[in-house]
Design a protein around this ligand. Structure first.
Ligand code: PMP
Length: 373
């Protein structure tokens, strides 16, 4: 099976499984207990925080461990809300774990703005500028689109925040960027940043929120006060430690280069078939979409699975819903959207397997076309 839905999830590294097992069956202690063995686990978790800060190139702040990016996004947004005459700004290319929170805020009567996307899939900076003012409490935007792979210019967004919304907190959803694309929190000057381990070969159900200053957000869950009071509940120690193993194994720069090469080689194969259009937004080397002229994306997805290739239909979380709201916004026609599949690589795949996948895709497409025409 060739797996080309790595933006949906990735296969966990074997090393992470070993770590997970060790911290489940041997060093299984609750870090909040007062015993020495527990204190040791607490210290080890703090080491993971430090390692993540290093990987983010963050000179200040800390990490709040959560149950994944959906929770981190909820904590970032709901946790930064305050009573009063504030405004909240979101890009309209967000993952449902941001978009649906924004919609809830709107329904509750908060002043919420959605910023348009441009044809290249990136946030429209002029539109963003027009929506910022001194009442802006939060700007929340995706870093790398999980749908198109478009990469937002966070440095520019940060400059606009500084100039036009000096009281705003800047949050980015970096799920498709962290440990995949080299970047630095200090360059970006963001306050909050979301990540999720299962997108970079760590376990599912663990992620985190980078927080520049703890006072920026409030807890959204009440309980025993773990994670600086911002995320109560016994820490998921095996998953956090397995996440660390993934961090230690990954060379981001090398992976970025590998992914670039894979995408290039894959597209060389796919370009041989005129009926397949590549929607490549010159963004993340890990993500792109294919449009299969005259064939539904869903038909292709199922036929490909039968032939040993797994692809995605937009975001896995929203794939059961018709259409694709992000592609629609950037001017991709309804017909093209219906005929599209999302392709996403991981850096550990080989050129041979990617080229083989490309050939299978072309063969399956031609087989279906013959049947439908
Ligand atoms: N944000 C983005 C950009 C994503 O791609 C995803 C996963 N589809 C999430 C948030 C949600 O991540 P998790 O599965 O860790 O809740």
């Amino acid at each position: 099976m060739i797996f080309l839905d790595n933006a949906g999830t990735t296969k966990m590294f074997e090393e992470c499984v070993k770590t997970y097992s060790f911290y489940s069956c041997q060093e299984f202690y609750n870090p909040s207990a007062v015993t020495k063995v527990s204190a040791k686990i607490g210290a080890e978790i703090n080491d993971v925080r430090s390692l993540i800060l290093k990987k983010l190139n963050a000179f200040e702040g800390t990490i709040i461990f959560t149950g994944g990016a959906t929770e981190s996004n909820n904590l970032a947004i709901k946790g930064s809300m305050r009573g009063g005459d504030y405004e909240y700004v979101f890009s309209s290319g967000e993952h449902p774990s941001v978009l649906n929170v924004a919609k809830t805020l709107e329904m509750q009567g908060k002043k919420v703005h959605f910023v348009k996307l441009k044809e290249d899939g990136k946030i429209d900076l002029d539109d963003l500028k027009s929506k910022l003012n001194s009442k802006t409490r939060l700007i929340s935007t995706i870093f790398v689109s999980n749908e198109t792979g478009a990469i937002n210019d966070i440095k520019e967004i940060s400059k606009l925040r500084e100039k036009f919304a000096p009281n705003a907190i800047l949050h980015i959803d970096a799920v498709q960027g962290f440990m995949k694309i080299p970047f630095s929190v200090e360059d970006f000057k963001v306050d909050l940043l979301t990540f999720s381990a299962h997108k970079f070969h760590g376990p599912k159900g663990v992620g985190g929120l980078y927080v520049r200053k703890l006072s920026l957000i409030k807890n959204i869950v009440d309980g025993g006060g773990q994670e600086y009071g911002l995320r109560s509940g016994t820490e998921n120690v095996p998953a956090i430690m397995a996440l660390k193993t993934a961090l230690e194994k990954i060379d981001v720069k090398q992976n970025f280069e590998n992914a670039k090469n894979l995408k290039e080689k894959f597209n060389e194969v796919i370009s041989k078939e005129n009926g397949i259009k590549i929607l490549n937004f010159a963004g993340s080397p890990y993500i792109e979409s294919l449009v299969f002229s005259g064939v539904k994306g869903e038909t292709m997805l199922h036929a490909l699975e039968e032939n040993g290739v797994i692809v995605g239909l937009g975001s896995a979380c929203s794939s059961k819903k018709a259409g694709n709201r992000v592609l629609e916004q950037i001017g991709i026609t309804k017909n093209d959207i219906i005929s599209s599949c999302r392709i996403s690589f991981n850096a550990y795949q080989t050129v041979e397997e990617i080229e083989k996948a490309g050939e299978i895709i072309i063969r399956v497409y031609n087989d279906i076309k013959k049947r439908v025409t």
